[in-house]
Design a binder for this molecule. Structure first.
Ligand SMILES: [Zn+2]
Length: 323
């Protein structure tokens, strides 16, 4: 230990970051080793983040060929190799740094990812999103609710309280969706149309016995003739895929609290009576899709397989998602 006391104040290590971790580095440092100077004996996590890489993106660190935890202290002269999530390695699972995968993948998204949030919900994933979440709130929700924080903000992902997070390299929402499905191996968990794109509530098959008499001439396609490329829709938009938002019409409030309506055994929280006024469905839709209507148990949004569905399927197929 005496030698540590007399070391020069600055030390250097040789760093090498692999694969997509290079995206976080200055171009001259990508795909090659480089020297990095530091004072004292910092943790390897501290140095990695100082070089720009959030800890959430790192899955394995080798120092002189040996796997180390984030807390490993550097003293100078080491060779440090840093690997991302999917850089499979013969050392096996025991040495990986990521916490155990969350059993049920759930997400909270930063304020710039509204369209990705809609896509994730459409595929059935529990996804919290608001366009006014502050960073502190995102961190708190992620930690308290064990949700994976998705962001393109490296500063947010460097927060030490964020244990489950992921940086999205893509800017296109559908490519972001592909990244999320790949990184968390979610393809087999896709359950389309089980969650509300607008509010994240559970979507359930509609009990037709409780439907009000359908209203008159609302044709969603006629009302939105110019929807050439409707995104899955940020919540404030009026065109979430699939289906169309129904039109609220207070004059046509359906019967609520119908004692003949059986309780929905799949949802412990029955729809709130005051929100059932959203049952208005265009007559042609009701007649054509009556058997396939479904409704969000939280916000009352009605869904049906309208003309949006084919376009949505096409857009998702382009990133390898079939629904
Ligand atoms: Zn909803």
């Amino acid at each position: 230990m005496a030698s540590l006391l007399h070391r020069s104040p600055q030390s250097t290590c040789e760093f090498r970051f692999y694969e997509e971790l290079g995206d976080f580095l200055a171009p001259a440092r990508r795909k090659r080793s480089f020297l990095h100077a530091f004072d004292g004996t910092p943790s390897v996590k501290d140095r990695i983040e100082s070089l720009g890489v959030p800890h959430t993106e790192v899955d394995l660190i080798l120092v002189d060929g040996e796997p180390v935890p984030f807390s490993h202290r550097l003293t100078g002269g080491e060779r440090v190799a840093v690997y991302p999530m999917f850089e499979r390695f013969e050392l096996g699972e025991a040495n990986r740094l990521r916490p155990a995968p969350l059993r049920e993948p759930r997400f909270v998204l930063d304020v710039h990812l509204g369209r990705l949030a809609s896509y994730l919900r459409l595929l059935g994933f529990d996804t919290l999103y608001r366009n006014d979440y502050e960073d502190d709130e995102l961190e708190r929700i992620s930690r308290a609710q064990h949700r994976i924080l998705l962001s393109r903000d490296t500063g947010l992902l460097k927060r030490s309280a964020v244990t489950h997070g992921a940086f999205l390299h893509a800017t296109d929402p559908r490519r972001q969706l592909r990244e999320v499905l790949d990184r968390f191996q979610l393809d087999s968990r896709v359950a389309p149309f089980t969650r509300c794109a607008r509010c994240n509530g559970k979507v359930e098959a509609l009990d037709m016995m409780s439907m009000a008499q359908p209203p008159d001439e609302h044709d969603p396609d006629r009302d939105h003739p110019d929807e050439r490329d409707p995104p899955p829709g940020e919540p404030e938009r009026r065109d979430p895929d699939p289906g169309e938002p129904e039109r609220r019409d207070p004059r046509r409030t359906p019967p609520t609290g119908d004692p003949d309506s059986p309780p929905d055994i799949r949802d412990p929280t029955p729809p709130k009576p005051e929100k059932q006024g959203r049952n208005d469905v265009p007559a042609n839709v009701l007649s054509g899709h009556g058997a396939t209507l479904s409704r969000c148990g939280d916000c009352g949004q009605i869904y049906w397989p309208g003309s949006h569905l084919a376009r949505l399927r096409q857009r998702l197929a382009e990133v390898g998602v079939s629904i």
